[in-house]
Design a protein around this ligand. Structure first.
Ligand code: HEC
Length: 154
């Protein structure tokens, strides 16, 4: 805030109308507050909507309602970007071989980055136990759904 100090009118000059000045400043402050609040609410509402409707939102909802997770949706949201839409390989390898691993071996690879032969996967492959799937560690049901989905791919 700049400008002449409202509390020190020149002697002899007409009062500068401190009330008007005060209300104007207050109105500006109020307007700024309302705009800031609107922006914050808008952002929060947008994020909430995106969580429900956006990529991965389906996984959140199925996890919360306890129905069988959609392995295809989980794969598309969290794995396809690196392993390819059809799991044929991209930045990460094709997942044909690992689809045939036991459930425990597949789970260990996805959660901790360890293969059945004891190899530690490169750091590019997320450790989903720590990285989380949709913001929380994957449930066994989600891992099973992912594994089952990969087995269905040609
Ligand atoms: C950021 C990229 C990235 C994402 C996302 C990603 N991976 Fe990977 N993944 C990799 C890379 C790279 C490797 C190979 C690492 C190596 O061999 O050292 C790998 C390896 C693997 C392997 C071991 C394959 C093998 O035959 O050795 C499995 C299984 C796997 N990923 C499953 C998944 C699943 C399931 C998801 C989704 C929940 C996922 N990955 C998400 C990059 C990624």
């Amino acid at each position: 805030m700049s400008g002449p100090h409202p509390g020190s009118p020149q002697p002899g000059s007409p009062r500068p109308g401190p009330e008007d000045r005060w209300f104007t400043r207050r109105q500006v402050t109020a307007l700024v507050s309302v705009l800031a609040l609107a922006a914050a609410l808008g952002t929060a509402a947008y994020q909430a909507g995106e969580r429900l409707a956006g990529t991965g939102g389906g996984a959140v909802v199925t996890a919360a309602t306890g129905t069988v997770p959609d392995g295809g949706a989980l794969y598309a949201a969290s794995c396809a970007g690196c392993h390819g839409a059809d799991a044929g390989g991209a930045l990460g390898p094709a997942l044909r071989a690992s689809a045939a691993w036991s459930g425990a071996d597949f789970t260990r690879a996805v959660l901790e980055g360890r293969t059945p032969d004891g190899r530690t996967l490169g750091a590019v492959m997320p450790r989903f136990a720590a990285a989380g799937l949709d913001g929380a560690p994957p449930t066994q049901a989600q891992l099973d759904a992912l594994h089952a989905y990969l087995k269905t791919l040609p």
